[in-house]
Ligand binder design. Structure first.
Ligand SMILES: NC(=O)c1ccc[n+]([C@@H]2O[C@H](COP(=O)([O-])OP(=O)(O)OC[C@H]3O[C@@H](n4cnc5c(N)ncnc54)[C@H](OP(=O)(O)O)[C@@H]3O)[C@@H](O)[C@H]2O)c1
Ligand SMILES: [Zn+2]
Length: 339
């Protein structure tokens, strides 16, 4: 039986282990993907460090996967070996529970598969994915370019297009990391007056290079006061991992403005007064389904949105993960298998 490499975690807070496993056969309704590239998302801490109930170890993280359909399981139609596909956080759905029948496939009540969390993900040479979790990858994007669009790109694109902001509105992207640097580009290309907010001066030239109209250094400036001077934000897209940084922007929302929460800090404390007095709201957003991923990939090709990446081979997974966690990566770390 042919073997493959996977980078697995055997217990919460345990190290990455590169181990050999048999290349799995696709189950009914699933395909086997020959992985080319996989982004390293901050959400991979959930698998690496533990923090989400129900994760069974050993587990292979990775939910920004690009590869080729390698084999098709029984009952799968519409996908053929050799096609280039992407797999994101949404790892499939049943299609017949109440949420699926409402079209909210991400909230499927019966299929609880989350790529890299409850099923093995893309830190590997091969992975298995349900057919409904696959996105088609357009020409014009390499595997390394496309991988970060499967979560960092999808999440920011999908949140922005569902945020209620219209062309010309003031939209702030809070945090310029993996998600944020793509959020800035999408906001600019969607026609928003785009403000980037990050810690320190060093990210300002990069934020401006990505198209930001204005930059706020949250270490030396008060983001709420600065946004208010600019007229108040219609939307603040919060991609940071820190709750205080999020709540510090609420006073900078315009009347009726929305703080869209994408980042997952351990807690968030909010004063009700600015929400009540200005009819402001706080809303969360999850990434999206495979068709949202396809939309993200197509828009990125159309509008020239690209992730800035640091590339590591799969065997250097520990270094790649530490680089992501250090906050020094500019801006997405991507693993490659050499396939
Ligand atoms: N909602 C979803 O579906 C979804 C999808 C993917 C990821 N996420 C979550 O989104 C967050 C960002 O992910 P990522 O992959 O973009 O991470 P990342 O590349 O590591 O970036 C982390 C960001 O957090 C900010 N940050 C870190 N420590 C901070 C602190 N002490 N105070 C203020 N800001 C701080 C950094 O801000 P600076 O730019 O100022 O350095 C940076 O922009 C994570 O919590 C991740 O789990 C959610
Ligand atoms: Zn992610």
């Amino acid at each position: 039986m042919a073997k493959m490499r996977v980078a697995q975690v055997s217990r919460p807070k345990g190290p990455f282990e590169i181990v050999e496993r048999e290349i799995p056969a696709p189950r009914a309704g699933s395909v086997r993907v020959k992985v080319q590239a996989c982004g390293v998302c901050h959400s991979d801490v959930l698998t690496k460090e533990g923090g989400m109930p129900g994760i069974q170890y050993p587990r292979v993280p990775g939910h920004e996967v690009i590869g080729l359909v390698d084999a098709v399981g029984p009952g799968v139609s519409g996908w053929t070996p050799g096609e280039r596909v992407g797999v994101g956080w949404h790892g499939g759905h049943c299609g017949h529970c109440d949420n699926c029948r409402r079209g909210d496939f991400f909230a499927c009540q019966t299929a609880t598969q989350i790529t890299g969390i409850t099923s093995d993900g893309g830190y590997a040479d091969y992975m298995i994915a349900p057919a409904e979790a696959l996105a088609r990858v357009p020409e014009g994007l390499s595997g390394v370019e496309a991988a970060p669009l499967m979560c960092a790109g999808l999440t920011t694109f999908n949140a922005l297009r569902n945020s209620g902001a219209r062309a010309g509105d003031l939209v702030a992207i809070l945090g310029i990391g993996g998600l944020g640097h793509l959020g800035v580009q999408f906001a600019v290309k969607m026609g928003f007056k785009t403000v980037a907010i990050a810690r320190g001066k060093d990210k300002e030239p990069l934020a401006r290079q990505l198209g930001a109209w204005h930059y706020i250094d949250s270490q030396t400036q008060d983001p709420a006061a600065e946004l208010t001077k600019l007229g108040g934000a219609k939307v603040v897209l919060a991609t940071v991992t820190n709750g205080e940084a999020m709540s510090a922007t609420i006073g900078g929302l315009g009347v009726g403005g929305t703080l869209m929460i994408l980042g997952a800090p351990p807690s968030l404390t909010v004063s009700p007064y600015p929400l009540i007095s200005g009819k402001r709201s706080i809303r969360g957003w999850y990434s999206g389904t495979s068709i949202d991923s396809q939309d993200t990939l197509s828009f990125s090709v159309l509008a020239g949105v690209r992730s800035m990446n640091e590339v590591f081979p799969l065997e250097r997974v520990s270094e790649a993960y530490d680089r992501m966690m250090s906050g020094k990566a500019r801006f997405r770390v991507v693993l490659t298998t050499g396939q």
